[in-house]
Design a protein around this ligand. Structure first.
Ligand code: NAD
Length: 279
């Protein structure tokens, strides 16, 4: 039986839920599968060491590595090949190690797309506002456009970052209307839905990045933050009657898609979500 050795490279990832998610699903699929954490802090490594860490993993027989903050962009420079979506959206969160080659993939966007379809069935996708244009935001924006969003308005405190993402996505989706906007208040009032892709709402970063009370009553709200699963934003949005999508869907979805890339087998997404909710 093939022994799959898989890892996660990132900073401060000791408590990540990804290893148990992968290992439990792989066991259910009858695979011999081991998932290891390679934490930059524990290894005394810098983000720029990602190429060396991948070389060490290749030598140790790893089949693949998930990549997380702060290496998702840096790693693009040390792969041999980029999967088309990873190239178009500009971030890699999975490197497949195959026959001496490193193939950079992105499963975050598929995770968000699948979670969106399952968690907000029938959601209107005419005009969407997204807050946050970082690593997670690049993936969610790409997924939204792949799902057919007509108008995507991107807001980030770092105006240049939102503009850069808008320009990049305009190349991949020439028919969509994509704009970086200088403020969100007016855009929020008319949006069909909002994706929140900033760290606001995480346990160590409490609060909300916007007030969902300004939204149309039929607008949906999606959060990428998944610790806690019910963020202040989603709690408030649900209280005012909005449909909501938690960040756990994307977290599980990227793991589903990663296992599919690594093993070629189809994980059971519902079983994985049930596992995730127990963790
Ligand atoms: P990042 O630092 O790459 O990007 C965050 C962006 O948000 C930055 O560009 C920053 O300028 C902007 N920002 C911060 N506060 C803002 C505000 N109030 N208004 C507008 N813009 C603001 O971070 P990231 O890697 O994109 O992670 C963001 C969040 O997404 C984190 O909470 C992370 O845990 C979560 N995440 C979730 C998943 C998932 O699978 N659900 C995957 C990746 C990341």
């Amino acid at each position: 039986m093939t022994h799959y050795l898989v890892g996660l490279i990132g900073e401060g990832i000791g408590a990540s839920l990804t290893p148990p998610m992968h290992e439990r699903e792989a066991a259910a699929l009858g695979l011999d599968y081991e998932y290891r954490i390679l934490d930059l802090l524990e290894l005394g490594a810098e983000p720029s060491d990602v190429g060396r860490l991948i070389a060490d993993a290749e030598a140790a027989g790893f089949a693949a590595l998930n990549i997380t903050h702060p290496c998702k962009q840096l790693v693009m420079e040390v792969v041999d090949e980029l999967h088309p979506a990873a190239e178009r959206l500009g971030a890699v969160n999975l490197v497949l190690l195959r026959d001496g080659r490193r193939i950079g993939c992105n499963t975050d966007w598929e995770g968000f797309r699948d979670g969106f379809v399952d968690g907000l069935p029938g959601a209107a996708t005419g005009s969407v506002v997204q807050l946050g244009a970082g690593g997670a935001g690049a993936a969610t924006a790409y997924a939204l456009l792949d799902l057919g969003v007509d108008e995507l308005r991107l807001f980030d405190y770092d105006v240049g970052r939102a503009a850069e993402l808008a320009d990049r996505l305009a190349v991949a989706f020439p028919d969509a209307r994509i704009a970086a906007i200088p403020g969100v208040d007016a855009a929020l009032r008319s949006a069909d839905g909002v994706v929140h892709a900033t760290p606001v709402g995480m346990a160590h970063h409490p609060g909300v990045a916007f007030d969902p009370a300004v939204l149309r009553l039929d607008a949906w709200v999606s959060d990428v933050v998944y610790r806690p699963l019910e963020t202040e934003l989603l709690r408030r949005a649900a209280a005012t009657g909005h449909r909501v999508l938690d960040g756990g869907r994307m977290a599980v979805g990227q793991a589903v898609s990663s296992i599919r890339f690594i093993t070629g087998l189809d994980p059971d997404a519902e079983r994985m979500r049930a596992h995730f909710l127990e963790l």
